[in-house]
Design a protein around this ligand. Structure first.
Ligand code: GDP
Length: 518
């Protein structure tokens, strides 16, 4: 993009920089408490005169003189939405697991996200001040998710902490510094600044305020910067204690004032040589942004067609897949089968393979990694489906392993046949079942979303799992045959060659359309 990435730095120009850490974990396991407690360990004494500002990130100095930056927006959303925008700000993840609660759903999500981002993890077992905690249980649970802590022979550091009592925070910080040394984090401070916008807002008194993380170079007061599609002369640089600075170096999070508008979180910023250049870049970006908005919906990076085009152009070397299946056997078989399809030119990477419905978290994971979601005999939740549409993530529904393998293999080889794409029509709920001689069972339903159409494809869902896939063969309103029935209305349905229907089963109705391959 407009040659914004400056020249590569030579090895000699690089200097060590502090690690940037994100804290993740299940709700109530103590992320906020830990962030607060760590912040108080700062020995730089900058408190004098300063008032703690909430700017979405802070940097502390530990007794050894080393510094660490924490992204102070706990939660996976911040992490994944950044990554979805292509920004990688985090060097490592501290996974907080409450000792008394163990591995919980969001813990697993966090593990998955850290893995997809390929950043190392440190486990902070929190709340060890509580009575009767069982650390072995926590370790075993982590092991089940392939997080092997050092005491079990793995390479993941595990630190036992109490955020509220302040226990072992020094050990946790040491672990972070050790991990940072292994990563050998470096940047050139002597060049024009580049970095990522962490947060931004419009402040009544101060105008647009952006919290940015400097990742390369030094940001100086008076610099002309472009951030996303905004630009401006940096009027002030303020640290997380509210103290004005004249400059900020790599890994330093600061607030900047002086931008023309509010850039989005996850957008990059870069200092440029003059206003003309800044105008040029922002105009280019604004034009791009407008084009994006007007581009047809669904033309997202995650669709198979889109991936195919990039594979054919040699621009994509990996097909990432998220697999959700109805039973463990299928999810494992799919994981193995897909893994084997890797070729020298294009690899297949199964980011996640599990049992259950497709949730928003799966869609977020897929979006952040440009992955396709393979649904094997399972469905997406309503929220997940909406998110997938909004974010342009493709969910492919299958019930035969061979077909999944076939599609992905074709994709890897760069020759996908015309794609059968599914178009969602509607949902109906079975309220009553009538046995009718000769005809078999008729489902008395209410349409709960969209429309249902005679002749369309149907899936019968029982507790979120597909138990039948077929055709909607008859559709009636009262005694009349009808072509379609809309949301809110009741109707009678029967399915071609299928009778096992029950009250409370859900019916999903869809059409397939053939989309020509690129
Ligand atoms: P978050 O949702 O992960 O940000 O969790 P919070 O930091 O809000 O903590 C959730 C609850 O756990 C709060 O009531 C905290 O006081 C409590 N808590 C957090 N850390 C500890 C700890 O080390 N020991 C004990 N006993 N309670 C803790």
């Amino acid at each position: 993009e407009q040659g914004l990435e400056g020249e590569a730095d030579t090895e000699e120009a690089l200097e060590p920089r502090p690690p940037v850490v994100t804290i993740m974990g299940h709700v109530d396991h103590g992320k906020t408490s830990l962030l607060d407690a760590l912040r108080k360990t700062d020995v730089a004494g900058r408190e004098a005169g300063g008032i703690t500002q909430h700017i979405g990130a802070y940097m502390i100095q530990i007794p050894s003189g080393d510094r660490v930056t924490f992204i102070d927006t706990p939660g996976h959303e911040a992490f994944t939405s950044m990554r979805a925008r292509g920004a990688s700000v985090t060097d490592m993840v501290v996974l907080v697991v409450a000792a008394d609660d163990g591995v919980m759903p969001q813990t697993i999500e966090a593990i998955r996200h850290a893995r997809a981002a390929a950043v190392p993890m440190i486990v902070a077992v929190n709340k060890i001040d509580k009575q009767g905690v069982n650390l072995d249980r926590v370790r075993q649970e982590l092991l089940q998710h392939e997080v092997v802590v050092e005491s079990l022979g793995g390479d993941v550091q595990e630190i036992q902490v109490s955020a509220t009592k302040g226990t072992n925070l020094d050990k946790l910080l040491e672990a972070i510094i050790l991990q940072a040394e292994i990563l050998d984090l470096k940047a050139n401070p002597n060049r024009a600044a580049e970095g990522t916008v962490l947060e931004s807002k419009l402040d009544k008194g101060r105008g647009p305020v952006a919290t940015v993380l400097v990742q390369k170079g030094t940001l100086n007061q008076g610099d002309i910067v472009v951030a996303g599609a905004e630009w401006g002369r940096v009027r002030a640089i303020i640290d997380d204690m509210g103290i004005p600075l004249t400059g900020a170096e790599p890994s330093e999070p600061v607030e900047i004032l002086g931008l023309s508008g509010v850039p989005g979180a996850g957008e990059t910023f870069v200092a440029v040589e003059d206003e003309t250049r800044a105008r040029e870049i922002t105009e280019f970006r604004q034009r791009k942004a407008r084009e994006k908005v007007t581009a047809a919906a669904g033309a997202a990076r995650g669709t198979l067609n889109d991936m195919l085009a990039r594979i054919q152009a040699g621009e994509q070397k990996e097909v990432a897949v998220v697999v959700k299946a109805d039973v463990q056997g299928s999810s494992e078989a799919l994981g193995v089968t897909l893994g084997k399809l890797s070729r020298d030119e294009v690899k297949v990477r199964v980011l996640h393979s599990a049992v259950g419905q497709i949730t928003e978290s799966d869609i977020q994971l897929a979006k952040a990694s440009n992955a396709v979601v393979v649904a094997f005999n399972v469905r997406a939740t309503v929220q997940a489906r909406e998110l997938a549409v909004r974010d342009g993530v493709e969910i492919r529904y299958y019930s035969i392993i061979y077909e999944v393998a076939d599609d992905i293999e074709k994709l890897v080889r760069g020759k996908l046949a015309p794609i059968q794409r599914e178009k969602f029509l509607g949902y109906a709920q079975i309220l009553q079942v009538f046995e009718v001689k000769k005809l078999g069972n008729i489902a008395g339903c209410r349409v709960t979303e969209g429309v249902v159409k005679r002749g369309a494809g149907v899936r019968l869902l029982r507790n979120g799992v597909v138990i039948h896939q077929g055709t909607l063969s008859t559709l009636r309103r009262f005694k009349d045959d009808v072509k379609e029935v809309a949301n809110g209305y009741e109707c009678g349905m029967s399915f071609a060659n299928y009778n096992d229907i029950r009250v409370d089963d859900q019916i999903e109705c869809y059409e397939t359309e053939t989309v020509a391959a690129v």
